[in-house]
Design a protein around this ligand. Sequence first.
Ligand code: PLP
Length: 395
Amino acid sequence: MIESLLAQVPKHIFTCPEYIPGKNPQDIKKNLQSADLPIIKLASNESPYPPPVEILEKLKEALTSLHLYPDPQALSLKQALSEVYSLPKEYFLCSDGSDSLLQDFIRCFIRGPECKAIGFHNTFPAFRVQSLVQEGTVLFLPQKENYHPDISSALHFFSSLSQEEKKSCKVFYLANPNNPTGDYLTQKEILTIFSHVPKSCLILLDEAYEEFSRFFSDFSSGISLLNQFPNIVLLRTFSKAFSIAGLRLGYAIGHPSLLTLVQKFKMPFSVNSLALIAGTEFFKKKNLLLQQKLLKQIQEQKEELELFFHSLKWAFLKSAGNFVCFRPHFSTHFPTEQLHFFLESQGLIIRLLPLTIPPEHKETEYWLRVTIGTAPQMKAFQNSCRQFFLKQESS
Ligand SMILES: Cc1ncc(COP(=O)(O)O)c(C=O)c1O
């Protein structure tokens, strides 16, 4: 009976790739070397720190009002954002996570194979998945051997488009810094690329990891480009640097006339009342200062981890996010999958990811991505890696 129902679903839905999130503690319990090992999850680039106590108190107070719908306009949050960024509140659209906004904007622009969604290889997979759900044509631009976008290829791609082809470019997606490589484009590189993107093409600039990149002097947020490029929409999240991944909160910054349009078809109440309170509170000066301190700790842990990989002579990609991609390297082999399995047996969940190899991007190789945790979590991670290293060296 269910067959006749499923037969009504458009065919392309069956072939859409699935987004596979990081594993949860219960997924690895059966492979643990010893049942009482603590489980450390460093697989989804969440913050290792819970929200500040004052915010938790505010959330507790709000529990007695959970029978009421939240403000559908998320006005208190928009007001806070407007003050922080010195932009009118009409420039903001809030939602249940930035991936839901990514989906909304793609739904708005992509409909059918004649609509092109363009991005670089080895980027956040939701962009491709959502474009394919809309039956769009997804094109990937190449990276160089170090996984940095190949700017001249991108310029060549955009400048050789005919007028007709320009019109078919509907969305250009760029995650800066990029997940999973951690690589970033400087303001100068961004300007060069964006000035070649057709003016009629939406530029989705995903800045999920922007707060972690402030330690890099040549990184700059795209927010200063909004005047020059009204076709940019920035995507930001509270899931990474703001430690409320579980509440689901993200926001877009862009031209009010486009945001109003998207707001029209968005589900109402997509920001729940707890997320709204936490998000608004995070922008209070005291909480921002605390956040700065925690971001600095994450940066220090990341630098220490890079030195550790260096000491083992393992390959890693320099990262501007709160994660690092790496590969274990022994004289003749890269036992990436074995290390992943070994770490899980030790209670450490990290991510095994296929990257397509530049510049041709015809083959893939597996890398591991570890999220930066607290100092004790990183110590446990390094100890387990060292144990694996010694075992391999002696075998
Ligand atoms: C580049 C990028 N964008 C968006 C997201 C999703 O963030 P959110 O939790 O706000 O949906 C992630 C999460 O991993 C990400 O890496």
